[in-house]
Ligand binder design. Structure first.
Ligand code: SF4
Length: 389
């Protein structure tokens, strides 16, 4: 059976909204300092193969599910951010970890690997717009406000994996935990055993969806803290009454899916199963048939019967790969327009070739390091996650 995959339409507006161009507020660089091979170089695959072979066991290449196929073909392991961080930690003999993903993932890998290992991000501009939405100074300002109100002792901070090392460090320093989209409920269960309120960073949607759809809280139990407004845009009473204080952050990719996308695909494809990531908006998750992490979505599609139809609300590179790997099922993208994570896409074959060839030449390009104090407390919050029941 041949694939039924249909590429969504490419719209310049979509790419603009998804963060093409520079990001002056980001803590990362925006240009690759290296002498990159031309994308048209016909020898790129051969060059990457040769460089990887020359490095042998000294290098371990991690590929996030949202990476391009041209990069994924060189990954020693693929997975979501949590799985990849664990894989990096499980390879103490690899001198170099080349992380084909985004900046916060490479930071987590640096925190979880030994001091002798070096983590390389092939393009420093590969960031995450969601992680950039929570900056340490803003979060500390909010915490000071909670302290002034006398409620800080009741609050347990929880941060999604998709946050900077600074934020993970803040959470570790204040008795909290890191979570992923797979274990968010377990992390919240644990947090509500430690305190009466949760301060959830930086993804409002994962926080709200987990609290309301899995924990039995109501939308009224949740308030949205906007760091760009005085006092987060909330009154003292609202903060005192809330059970979940959600940071106003979101994923630019998953935030694009709408209830209209769900309605449209149901009309177009009778019997279609709609499966979405919990980073999608609350009303989209409610309109879908299933919700789950990237790994959950992959397993659901693998287990689906032949002939079934699936509209998937997550990053396009993954959806396309799943469609091509399962030509006996009708797997389609939930939206009609293109929806790549543009920062994930920064890592292409020229950047990977450049990074590997630099390592062969004895230079370590784009090394990601987290300062020891931040790493110490971020590790506390990560270890707390690993210890969740
Ligand atoms: S898909 Fe969203 S959360 Fe993931 S790296 Fe891209 S912007 Fe960040």
């Amino acid at each position: 059976m041949t694939s039924t995959w249909t590429e969504p339409a490419n719209t310049p507006l979509a790419l603009l909204l998804l963060g093409q161009g520079t990001d002056p507020a980001s803590e990362r660089g925006v240009d690759c300092p290296g002498d990159l091979p031309a994308p048209s170089d016909p020898d790129l695959v051969a060059r990457a193969t040769a460089a990887k072979a020359a490095l042998g066991d000294r290098v371990f290449v991690l590929g996030h599910h949202y990476q391009r196929d041209e990069v994924i073909q060189f990954a020693d392991v693929t997975g979501d951010s949590f799985k990849l961080a664990r894989e990096a930690a499980a390879r103490p003999d690899a001198e170099f970890i080349v992380f084909c993903g985004v900046h916060f993932m490479a930071e987590s890998a640096d925190i979880l690997t030994t001091s002798a290992q070096k983590v390389v991000l092939p393009d420093l501009a590969a960031g995450c717009s969601m992680a950039d939405m929570a900056v340490l100074g803003q979060v500390e300002t909010a915490w000071d406000q909670f302290t002034d109100l006398g409620i800080e002792g009741d609050i347990v901070p929880v941060t999604y994996m998709n946050s900077s090392a600074d934020i993970k460090g803040f959470v570790g320093r204040n008795g909290g935990v890191v979570c992923t989209s797979s274990n968010a409920k377990r992390a919240l269960d644990w947090a509500f055993e430690q305190g009466q309120k949760v301060f959830f960073l930086p993804d409002q949607h994962l926080g709200r969806n987990t609290a309301v759809l899995e924990m039995g809280l109501t939308l009224d139990d949740c308030v949205l803290y906007d760091p760009h407004k005085p006092n987060g845009g909330l009154t003292a009473e609202q903060l005192r009454d809330a059970k979940m204080i959600l940071w106003r952050g979101h994923c630019s990719v998953h935030g694009r899916f709408t209830v209209e996308s769900v309605r449209e695909v149901r009309e177009r494809v009778p019997g279609v199963n709609v499966i979405v990531h919990p980073e999608c908006r609350h009303e989209v998750v409610r309109a879908a048939d299933q919700v789950g992490s990237t790994e959950y979505i992959i397993k659901a599609l693998e287990a689906a019967p032949a002939g079934s139809a699936w509209a998937v609300g997550t990053e396009l590179n993954l959806v396309r790969r799943m469609a091509l790997e399962h030509p006996d099922k009708r797997i389609m993208f939930l939206d009609r327009a293109v929806c790549y994570c543009s920062t994930m896409n920064r890592i292409d074959l020229p950047h990977l070739v450049w990074a590997l060839e630099e390592l062969v030449a004895g230079r370590v390009p784009n090394q990601i390091t987290v300062d020891p104090d931040t790493a110490k407390y971020a590790r506390v919050a990560l270890d707390q996650m690993l210890a969740l029941p």
